[in-house]
Unconditional design. Structure first.
Length: 443
């Protein structure tokens, strides 16, 4: 029998979940080869990045090595350079240390996720902080501590205010949770900075829509809004950022985009959590896309390309299917489960299954061990909602050791002060593209 080759692109929630499910289906079938390609050699538990930035969770506790999670699959740590659905192969980038690789496949799962969308604001992209990677969280943590260290001995009140103003753009999950954690970290750190008062700290959330946390019940949104403001966070609604030069945040009202009504917020720190967009390799591919996402049918199969599936943030259903959902971890998990099942069905010559999704609710934390949750039809707020959030995400961590370590981090935070040591690290990225004739062909 000729071996069947299954290739999964992407080491995020969708890609790793799909690979693990495929491994279970074909655990003892040596005629099936499974390959996983990822930029990193670990799965990053991104919902907990704000808590890494605030020092609650140790960074290594939210990363899980792919080789420990996926025991059957062959794993390549590399970026994707080209996807050729006609020739049925994928080319991976080379580096100064190794040649590029071309991998041939029979079935392909594209789960390349998304990247930060700066909406063409070049200065914002250059000077702002983001929350997509572990390095992002650590960089933001270092920045917060840097600002506190400088403000502690600053005698000019105007400069001190600029140092202690932290602007978070985006009122969705990432923005609200980041703002809450940053605010908690700043106030807890005041135990060490005797020349900084609580009133000196200014955390601002900027949201283009008329409310934060879209998708939640109105009462839950109102609770979260009031709680954040009670904790000292200022929320600017119907407001967009038009520029940021590292010193001043320029904003305008989103309700009147044609009218110039600029407002300047003096700040050295801007955290951008205002939106995501599919990765460039998807936008420039031959696949039919909409808003940068690959269009699929009800089986999650890419239109006009049998055996190729797109899942997670980089996919969307065609216009005839009214099933477009917000990009969440639970949706990625549902996509992964169905794509793996349908590939199994195709290999075995059986009928594929259409995508059916049962929404499980949602939750968000808003700082000070408080949150909001919509779980099984019940609206929950406060400490209980925070408990629902941490238990849900603990249950989704695929490794018991990491679950235990994160649980211990949360409990330690209840009794001890946060560490304000600044991590010393530099992140240098070196890329070198290899010529096509230097590519290894992997069959």
């Amino acid at each position: 029998m000729v071996k069947k080759r299954i290739l999964v692109l992407g080491g995020g929630f969708a890609g790793v979940d799909c690979t693990r499910k495929l491994e279970r289906y074909f655990q003892s079938n040596y005629d099936i080869e499974i390959t996983l390609v990822s930029d990193d050699n670990f799965l990053l538990f991104t919902p907990m990045l704000p808590q890494v930035a605030s020092g609650i969770i140790t960074p290594r506790h939210i990363v899980m090595p792919l080789r420990a999670l996926c025991e059957k699959a062959r794993i390549y740590e590399s970026a994707v350079r080209d996807i050729d659905p006609t020739g049925r192969h994928v080319t991976l980038e080379g580096t100064p240390e190794k040649r590029g690789v071309r991998i041939h496949y029979d079935y392909l799962i594209i789960a390349l996720g998304s990247e930060t969308n700066f909406f063409g604001l070049k200065n914002v992209e250059k000077y702002s902080f983001t929350m997509k990677t572990l390095a992002d969280a650590l960089s933001l943590r270092n920045r917060i501590i840097d600002m506190l260290e400088q403000a502690e001995n600053e005698t000019n009140e105007e400069l001190k205010q600029r140092l202690l103003t932290f602007v978070v753009v985006g009122g969705g999950f990432a923005g609200v949770e980041t703002a809450g954690e940053v605010n908690d970290f700043l106030h807890d750190a005041l135990n060490y900075y005797h020349n900084i008062k609580a009133d000196d700290i200014n955390v601002v959330i900027i949201e283009a829509l008329s409310g934060i946390l879209p998708g939640f019940n109105e009462k839950l949104i109102e609770y979260a809004h009031n709680k954040l403001e009670k904790n000292g966070i200022k929320i600017l609604l119907n407001t967009v950022v038009s520029d940021f030069d590292g010193t001043n945040v320029i904003t305008n009202k989103s309700t009147n985009p044609t009218t110039k009504s600029e407002t300047i917020i003096p700040s050295h720190t801007l955290v951008w959590a205002a939106g995501i967009t599919p990765v460039e390799i998807i936008k420039s591919s031959v696949f039919k896309t909409k808003k940068g996402q690959i269009i699929t049918n009800e089986f999650l199969e890419v239109e006009n390309f049998s055996g190729i599936f797109a899942i997670g943030d980089c996919s969307r259903f065609n216009d005839t299917i009214n099933k477009n959902y917000p990009p969440t971890a639970q949706l990625a998990e549902a996509h992964a489960k169905l794509a793996a099942y349908n590939i199994k069905q195709m290999i075995n010559g059986n009928e594929k299954k259409k995508f059916e999704y049962n929404w499980k609710g949602q939750s968000a934390i808003i700082g000070k061990r408080s949150g909001i949750a919509d779980a099984m039809g019940r609206k929950v707020t406060g400490f209980l909602a925070w408990l629902i959030w941490i238990n849900y995400y603990l249950s989704k961590m695929p490794n018991f050791e990491k679950r235990l370590r994160v649980w211990l981090d949360w409990n330690i935070d209840l009794f001890f002060r946060r560490d304000i040591s600044r991590y010393g690290f530099k992140r240098n990225i070196l890329k070198e593209y290899q010529e096509l004739d230097e590519v290894d062909d992997v069959w």
